[in-house]
Design a binder for this molecule. Structure first.
Ligand code: OFO
Length: 174
């Protein structure tokens, strides 16, 4: 049985996963409008993944006999300085999500609630992957975007290739 505090914190995480999905979807719109369809595809796919993260939590809360609650979700920003800014913000956002997951895990140990602790290990591993993924994109963009629009075009192609690979991976897993 989950404590009230843990239910509240898990529902907070539901909200954060939803926000992540909206943030990436909003960023994909900025990319489309700035002629970067590859980046837009990558971010749209990632928004779908965040929705899956949210559902996974939602189901877990319900399975424990508690109410999963969709609270108010704040609107993501619509303005970005550049594509580097977009991906820098995705990386910073994932670092923030990692901190939130760590706080949740810490709470399960304090309570203790080993079942929820076990459930959250999937998110711990996922955050490692996501931080690595977004950080590597930021580094790649920084490497190849200095200067011309041609380089920006090549960068977008590279992100599109990564998006296609990610899609194949997700299909393989499901
Ligand atoms: Fe991008 O991470 Fe969810 O959990």
């Amino acid at each position: 049985m989950l404590s009230e505090k843990l239910v509240e914190r898990l529902n907070h995480q539901v909200n954060l996963e939803y926000y992540s999905a909206n943030l990436y979807l909003q960023m994909s719109s900025w990319c489309e409008l700035n002629s970067l369809p590859g980046c837009a595809q990558f971010l749209r796919q990632h928004a779908d993944e965040e929705i899956q993260h949210m559902h996974h939590l939602f189901k877990y809360i319900n399975e424990t006999g508690n109410m999963a609650v969709i609270g108010e979700i704040k609107a993501p920003p619509t303005e970005y300085k550049s594509v580097v800014d977009v991906f820098q913000q995705t990386y910073e956002h994932e670092c923030y999500i990692t901190k939130e997951i760590n706080n949740l895990v810490r709470l399960t140990l304090e309570e203790p609630d080993y079942s929820t602790h076990n459930f959250l290990q999937w998110y711990v591993a996922e955050q490692h992957e996501e931080e690595h993924l977004f950080n590597s994109i930021v580094k790649k963009i920084e490497l190849i975007t200095e200067g011309s629009g041609k380089r920006l075009f090549m960068m977008d192609k590279e992100i599109k290739r990564m998006a296609t690979e990610q899609q194949k991976l997700v299909k393989k897993r499901s």
